[in-house]
Design a protein around this ligand. Structure first.
Ligand code: AMP
Length: 468
């Protein structure tokens, strides 16, 4: 099926072709005609399926006729995080380049005054996080009675982040006649209740079973002792064909620790977590998207839904304790049918979490040799004893802790070793630096990466904003 048969206008089709898309993804093929007919949609799909374009493309055509009045947006898109909201606005810019739609972004971390001015000018498309939207509404700066289309995106993430009461309130503020497009990767009971209450005979489009790990992602894991995790990460970064990668940590404070550690070892890394202000976050994302930094160290919430088109690898520096987070994390690679690799660094104590993930995804995560431990041993030539690779590891079935380095109790985190290793690691990396994806260079890699659009105003952090 090609895009031409979905009922989209020439202007939108032109923008889609310029974006380099040839065929619609399954959710686009199934949802777009329904949206254009004015139907409510319940899309059960995870990120990476092309779901954003499944609502932005037809919305552009629906909103093409008509004009927005001051403070009365014609459509409203709710997103759980500022980054997702910013990404959706980029999508509207990309696909709406042949149309003249006005857009406003209401997210935390940017000034109310700038946002207010945008609302005053009128918005065909209003993209917002629920908390900030209600703040404006309660200040009397916004009327929702003109909303023709409401989009609730990543509803299960809204649930995780405690936004469902806000979403429910916003749904109840909608005018009687409007269209709702609702997307969620999973349908837990509170989400089901919401869709039963607010959707009107929706067309249900389910493109992948909830919590199914994307099929295009190759998964593997290593098991090392806690103290060897950083060495394992560095070694994997070197041995894998990494073009760019997101490295997930379970805790915010570890994001900083790993970020600093990687930089100290000569890797081009940036970090993203919820304590950063909006300007910093946008800068970090732009550096990563533009390829200035190949590695992005992130927490789950900060990285949720990030749309970075060509991530070759996802590393789980920690095994996620919630199996569903694993699915979301690995969904950052292998997006929209592209190949990707997800590598998880586990410790012997993580066995129960690995088992839960394998149960949820129905897929076994192959255990690969702990080359990280071996590489760490290779860098201790200065008279200290090498760490030996346990026999099990050599056979590729590494289970259990690797041996503690004999000379120093703190292994890789030891300061004295760092400077030496930095030089060494850098040299090794220069030799093995990976510049592509081997013989195969997918077409999307040669497409220019869209720059992160600037937030509306960079001042005005809001302490009360809940979204990360
Ligand atoms: P989403 O699921 O909306 O987060 O989209 C995931 C990725 O797929 C984004 O990087 C899109 O640019 C890309 N994408 C969306 N639609 C298509 C398509 N029809 N063909 C190829 N890539 C697409």
């Amino acid at each position: 099926m090609s895009f031409e048969f979905l009922g989209l206008s020439e202007g939108v089709l032109g923008a889609v072709a310029d974006a380099g898309y040839v065929d619609p993804t399954p959710i686009q093929a199934a949802a777009i005609p329904g949206v254009l007919m004015g139907r409510d949609i319940l899309g059960i799909a995870q990120t990476g399926t092309g779901k954003t374009a499944s609502f932005t493309l037809p919305m552009i055509d629906i909103l093409a006729s008509g004009r927005a009045k001051a403070r009365m947006p014609r459509s409203l898109i709710l997103e759980p995080t500022r980054e997702l909201a910013a990404q959706v606005s980029e999508n509207f810019e990309t696909y709406g380049k042949n149309h003249k739609l006005t857009m406003a972004l209401l997210i935390g971390g940017v000034s109310f005054a700038d946002q207010d001015a945008r609302l005053e000018r009128g918005a065909d498309v209003l993209i917002a996080t629920p908390g900030r939207l209600l703040d404006h509404f309660e200040r009397g700066k916004l009327l929702l009675s003109g909303v023709e289309i409401l989009v609730v995106d990543e509803a299960d993430r809204m649930l995780d982040m405690g936004f469902i009461p806000d979403v429910e309130r916003i749904c109840s503020l909608m005018p009687q006649k409007h269209q709702t497009l609702f997307f969620s990767a999973t349908m837990p009971p509170p989400i089901k209740r919401l869709t039963d209450k607010f959707l009107n005979e929706p067309k249900v489009v389910e493109v992948a079973r909830p919590a199914t790990a994307a099929e295009t992602v190759e998964q593997a894991r290593v098991t090392v002792a806690v103290r060897d995790k950083r060495a394992a990460l560095r070694s994997l970064l070197e041995s894998e064909n990494v073009k760019n990668a997101i490295i997930f940590c379970n805790r915010k404070k570890d994001v900083d620790v790993i970020h600093v550690s990687l930089k100290r070892h000569g890797f081009e890394a940036v970090a993203l977590h919820g304590d950063m202000d909006q300007h910093e976050r946008m800068k970090v994302l732009a550096a990563f998207k533009d390829g200035e930094a190949k590695l992005l160290v992130a927490s789950d919430v900060a990285a949720r839904g990030l749309d970075i088109a060509a991530v070759s690898h996802v590393f789980n520096f920690d095994v996620p304790t919630h199996a569903e987070d694993y699915v979301h994390r690995i969904g950052r690679t292998g997006r929209a049918g592209r190949a990707g690799r997800a590598l998880t660094i586990g410790t012997p104590g993580d066995a129960k979490y690995i088992a839960a993930i394998e149960k949820l995804t129905g897929q076994r995560i192959e255990q690969i040799p702990v080359s990280g431990v071996k590489s760490a041993a290779a860098s201790t030539k200065d008279g200290r004893k090498d760490r030996k690779t346990p026999a099990k590891e050599k056979s590729g079935a590494a289970e259990g802790p690797s041996r503690k380095p004999k000379s120093r109790g703190r292994g890789e985190s030891d300061r004295g070793k760092k400077t030496r290793e930095k030089t060494k690691d850098k040299g090794a990396r220069e030799k093995t630096r990976v510049v592509g994806l081997g013989d195969h260079t997918p077409g999307f890699l040669s497409r220019p990466v869209t720059r992160q659009s600037k937030p509306q105003g960079k001042s005005g952090k809001t302490a009360g904003d809940k979204s990360e």
